[in-house]
Structure formats: structure tokens, C-alpha cells
Design a protein around this ligand. Sequence first.
Ligand SMILES: C[S@@+](CC[C@H](N)C(=O)[O-])C[C@H]1O[C@@H](n2cnc3c(N)ncnc32)[C@H](O)[C@@H]1O
Length: 274
Amino acid sequence: MGRRGQLVPWKSAGRITERQTSGDEVVKTTGWVFNNETGSTLTLEQFVATGDSEVPAYLTVFGLRDADTEQQSMIEIGCGIGRMTCAFTREYGSVVASDLDAGFLERCYETVGQFGKIDRLRTLHVADGRSLDLPPNSVDVAFSYITFQHCDPDDALELTSEAVRVTKPGGRIVLNYRSRSSIDVIVLPLGGLVRGLFRVPGLGGWLASRRFFARLGWQANRLSPDQIIGPLAPLLRDVEVWRNPKSKVTGYQASIKEFDGINKNHYWIVATPR
Ligand SMILES: C[S@@+](CC[C@H](N)C(=O)[O-])C[C@H]1O[C@@H](n2cnc3c(N)ncnc32)[C@H](O)[C@@H]1O
């Protein structure tokens, strides 16, 4: 695999993760990678608690919690070290936690062992950053949070199409993206520049492990709902675009839904594969 710039910060954080002796240390050194709201003094337990409150809220708002949820299977694309995965293993009978970085997957497994239901978990390495090594129609729900915005646009589109492929007809895809905002005029070109610098031997790894530069460098795309839904429209029904009430993002032939718990720069595509 080529050393694609948008992959570098995750692999750098993954290497730092591998060097830590405990989950608490991982959260202190790389917690910012996963959830900007966590501080440098938080423990793994507190970190997981943020996922414990978000997961039920999103599942409830998106209409995914019903009597047989515990009999269902799901894939989380971009699980990181398991911040939300623990809660998913309490909701779903089987969970595939997938991520680009194998070091994160190991930590995810440990995190779920401590705070979730480990017998319901398997991990899946997204080695090429764009394909899911699962058979078609193998899960009821495909979920992804704060991951596709960090992918090269082609990878984000390919992973979306993979989410549709692996989800059973009648299941649900629940995928989070970032919408365009005025600051992107500056942020996107700077992000491209930083991603270029990530490739410089010696400098790249150093930059990618610094919060400021990593956060700039992983601003890799701003896909619109139409760019995402368009190619997949024949494969989907009941397409919803969920946004913050302050957001104007919209999608052709999609129902617009609002929830004030959604970041105003994010949106979700929730849809059913045919
Ligand atoms: C901001 S973190 C979010 C993690 C988790 N969803 C959470 O909310 O805690 C983004 C995650 O996506 C993973 N990631 C980035 N690009 C990816 C790709 N192309 N395929 C799979 N995972 C990817 C990163 O390694 C990282 O763990």
C-alpha cells in the first residue's frame, strides 16, 4: 500500500498506542485522536463513558432500537480503541469492530474486555483503508462515526459502498460525514499541504503525532450527500439525511431530519439497502 497522506496520522497514533502499558495511558497520549472533548487526564473508563452516552442516544434517534436488537449483528467502521464499541456490544448480539489501524483494534479488544461484552466482539482490519473483508448481506446495521470525513474522497465513497454491500436487505446503514463550512476555504488547502508533509521521512511521523498538525492533515474530504447517495441510489430506499437544526445540508430525494445532538458541521446518512 502506498503511504497515502490521510492514513499517516492514524498509523502514527497506532504506533504510540502500541507503546503504552495500559488503556489509561493510551487515552492520555492519544485520546484526542478519537474524541476531541477528552482531556489529557481522563481515564479509559471515562473515555468509554462518552461512548456509553452517545450510542443509545443515536440508536434511539435513528430508530434502531427495537425488541430484537440484541439478536442483530452490526459493523462499526472506524472503531478506534473502542470508545463506542463497548456500548455496541451491550446493544447488539454480534459486533464487528473494524479499523484501518491494527494497533487500535488490539486496544479495542482490550477495552471491550474491560467495559463491554467481549463474547460478542470480533475485529476486522481495514488494511487498504477502503474495503471490508466480509461477505455480502452479513450484518443488520453498518455504523460509522467521525471516520469517513478523514478518508480520501475515493476511499470514503468506496467504504460507503462497502457498507451497503455488507448490510442485509432491509437492514440499516448509519454513516456520519462532515459538511462543507466557510472555514474550509483555509482548512482544506492547509490540510492538503500537511498531508504532503506527512510523506517526508522523519518529519512526517513527528507532524502526524502533534495534535494541531494531525487535525489539519486529516481534513481530507467534504463530500455532499448527493455525491454519496447518487451512485448508490438504486441500491437504497428510505434515505434520510440527519443534520443539526442550524445546518442547511440537504440531499436529493432524501428525507431531511434534524436532531440538535448532531454537530452542526456533521450529517448522517441513514438508509435501508434494498
Ligand atoms: C476520529 S476516530 C473515531 C473513532 C470512533 N468512531 C470514536 O468515535 O471513538 C477515526 C477512526 O477512523 C479510523 N480510520 C481512518 N481512516 C480509516 C479508513 N480508511 N478505514 C477504516 N478506518 C479508518 C482511524 O484509525 C480512527 O480509529
